[in-house]
Design a protein around this ligand. Sequence first.
Ligand SMILES: *Cc1c(COP(=O)(O)O)cnc(C)c1O
Length: 490
Amino acid sequence: MQFIESRGNDGQRADKVSFSTAILEPMASFGGIYVPESLPNLGAEFLAEHVSSDYKVLAKAVLTAFAIDIEASVIDEALALYDHFDDPKNPVPVVKVKEDLFVSELYHGATRAFKDMALQPFGVVLSSIAQQRNEQYLILTATSGDTGPAALETFKGKENVRVACLYPDGGTSDVQRLQMVTENADNLKVIGIHGNFDDAQNALKSLLQSNTFKAKLQEQKIYLSAANSVNFGRIIFQLIYHIHSYLELVRQNEIALGEKVYLDVPSGNFGNALGGFYAMKMGLPVEKILIASNQNNILTELIGTGKYDLRHSTLIATTSPAMDILISSNVERILFSLFGAKRTKVLMQQLDSERYYELTADELSILQAVFTADYCSDDEGKSYIKEAFASGYLMDPHTATCFKAYATCRTKPLKTIAYSTAEWTKFSPTIANALTGEKNTDDRQALDTIAKAAGISIPDSINHLFDKTVSQDVVIDKADIESEILAFLH
Ligand SMILES: *Cc1c(COP(=O)(O)O)cnc(C)c1O
């Protein structure tokens, strides 16, 4: 399987690259990103064959169908990391919460958020390619709180890879911050910045594109890569759990093989939803993908009206911060897939220069044949958390946005798979507030409140965070990021 560029080729880069090149050098011509040249068609037979497969067997089969240039032994080593999830036999439990609503829980890994699903195996794959090539890589990552801990965890102590992780100071939960600032391996650097997540992501993008920065790295023979979901190396691992969740419903006798379902995805950078889209294109019986957002409802507007308009949008800090995003990077891969490279280049360049684009009526109806969308305010989210808890299900504020989309976006009475992207432990003050009305608590206190209300205990991995030493306490202005990173590399 080869990879091509979302905005076409500039005549200087190779017009097709291998999977490993697309991973190591994720930025393509004209500021585009890499997309698979084609998708394997898995179809009904594949699903039938894997009805009884466990997660790793299914994952191996999907990766094999992509025919990527990664050795089987490396893939096995990467997938073995799912053995460290809560239940090695079933790393992604799918839980029935209503007659036709099921929650696929993607947060049972090391850092208690769904980023582990892709970043855990990705770390092994990237480090092994870097070692094979005998090259040193710097992974730059920007996080609103979940990518950072997962990236640091996966690359901790790994050969040939260093990580510099940017997070918005004050823009993450206490638990998320502690998960980052208490990491202390030599190859990891955590940097808080004054600004919001979009600021962090923009700083990252300009560093990735900066020739002077790259030249300084080259002096030290270090190459740049990225662990955000612009990297296809993450997306490939995010296809698998959509197929797995569908097969879980078959195993639970909730659907017959071939029956259509809705996928209901809490979306930010659109990596999770893109995985569902690719799975659908590969033959998974999906009626539509419901895109759930918070009040940063740029995706609801795009899918509802065909307009992507940043001109009047400002980022709102919500209680689901991992979805506080205005520029949703993986939408570009959807545009490519539906409308081709030429059109994608026009639209994305217009977004860069005019902060706006608009699809034609025909394009919009093509988009709406696959997606439907709604957004959920913080107050609505709190009500959904409270209501679900009353009927025995504890969920986080990101997951809650799916309950709104479930209520408003479906037009057929089909079974719906909603994705839960974080454990309650990561956003405890919001949940404690929803359940008991208590306000302005810190994470420590909120965790206790919820544990008591729900009659459960706080996982050790979270409890221990509060006793760990903070070893990464840098918080700086955006302008100083470059020099801070260069100093770390020296
Ligand atoms: C990253 C994240 C999301 C958004 O996922 P995308 O793939 O970026 O759309 C939603 N919820 C949580 C908890 C996350 O960490």
